[in-house]
Design a protein around this ligand. Structure first.
Ligand SMILES: *[C@@H]1O[C@H](CO)[C@@H](O)[C@H](O)[C@H]1NC(C)=O
Ligand SMILES: *[C@@H]1O[C@H](CO)[C@@H](O)[C@H](O)[C@H]1NC(C)=O
Ligand SMILES: *[C@@H]1O[C@H](CO)[C@@H](O)[C@H](O)[C@H]1NC(C)=O
Ligand SMILES: *[C@@H]1O[C@H](CO)[C@@H](O)[C@H](O)[C@H]1NC(C)=O
Length: 207
């Protein structure tokens, strides 16, 4: 039976590889001395058949759902049941796929000087490699940048198009600038990714 003895796993699902998969994670068993395993299933609609949300290995605290139906207004419901010798705890997580789209952060951000341009910086990056079809599902991007030592930063929104470069203009000559990028599905469904790691650069200075 169900017992409060096994703590509830807090479940989170994101479509990081839309429209291929939904990846779900939950807190691992906080009581490692108790042998705990997770049963992970999902349904798409009331009374629909139960399918397995596939864990990469036994005892993992993540699972993924492939075979996603796009633009379905019927919620999916993930069921993560933690089982240990003291009992079982069930946690249901309903979601609409388009509402949980969240790409991984953009990759390989580079910040470079442009020869002869003392107030500009060239930014280049790659879409997240986990985003399977950037040509059919373009991303839009947010750029966040700040001069070293400044106590606030600026944000520029670009796209949606397949553009993965941008020129920052009107920036202070000779100053080191820190830059980050985040990505979102172009339809504006779901959420922005987290920010990419900080990368720094300085505009062109006369040699
Ligand atoms: C999502 O799940 C797929 C399929 O199991 C896996 O290949 C991929 O690495 C997972 N992505 C993330 C970001 O965890
Ligand atoms: C959730 O999964 C558990 C374990 O498979 C099962 O016993 C329970 O009936 C399921 N609950 C729902 C609401 O599907
Ligand atoms: C922008 O500000 C946030 C919050 O203060 C900070 O965490 C982040 O590192 C800053 N980003 C840049 C590019 O400086
Ligand atoms: C995702 O976006 C929604 C709506 O914009 C917002 O309410 C929610 O806090 C966001 N979630 C995360 C984890 O950023």
């Amino acid at each position: 039976g169900y017992s409060p003895a096994s703590p509830k796993p807090a479940v989170e699902c994101w479509a990081v590889s839309y429209p291929q998969t939904v990846n779900c994670t939950w807190k691992p068993a906080p009581e490692p001395r108790l042998e705990t395993y997770f049963i992970t299933t999902y349904r798409h609609g009331m009374g629909a058949k139960e399918n397995e949300c596939v864990q990469p290995w036994a005892g993992a605290s993540s699972c993924s759902i492939s075979d996603i139906q796009m633009f379905s207004i019927t919620p999916y419901v993930l069921n993560v049941t933690a089982v240990n010798p003291l009992g079982a705890t069930m946690n249901l997580f309903p979601f609409i796929v388009e509402q949980i789209i969240r790409p991984d952060p953009p990759e390989d951000l580079r910040v470079s000087p442009i020869p002869g341009e003392s107030k500009k910086l060239l930014l280049e990056w790659q879409p997240p490699s986990s985003w399977p079809f950037p040509q059919y599902f373009p991303l839009k991007y947010l750029i966040r940048y700040a001069r070293e030592g400044a106590n606030s930063n600026r944000t520029v929104s670009i796209g949606p198009y397949e553009q993965t470069s941008f020129i920052l203009t009107g920036i202070r000559p000779r100053a080191v600038h820190h830059v980050q990028v985040a990505a979102k599905d172009f339809t504006d469904y779901g959420n922005y990714s987290t920010w990419s790691p900080l990368v720094s650069g300085t505009p062109w200075t006369q040699p």
